[in-house]
Design a protein. Structure first.
Length: 83
């Protein structure tokens, strides 16, 4: 996971877009597809950065599925996220 630097804003618009996309890719390709419970930590980091962005609402649906250990549904929900 990628740590925030001191003074870095947690809003998605203020972070490096490549870094944000990298986290989303990690979430999908490495964690959701492998039903890895570390997806919760990764998604929490993403949600912290995207908290003021409409994408956060969509990602919260992914989180609900992960919390219910339904990784197949989480992956389907992730595919619906408008990036």
């Amino acid at each position: 996971m990628i740590a925030s630097t001191a003074g870095e804003s947690t809003q998605r618009g203020a972070i490096n877009p490549a870094e944000f996309q990298s986290k989303l890719h990690l979430l999908k390709s490495s964690l959701l597809e492998e039903s890895d419970r570390d997806a919760v930590d990764c998604l929490n980091e993403i949600l912290e950065q995207a908290h003021a962005d409409p994408i956060a609402l969509q990602l919260k649906q992914v989180m609900k599925s992960i919390e219910n250990y339904d990784f197949d549904q989480a992956l389907e929900n992730f595919k619906q996220v408008q990036l």
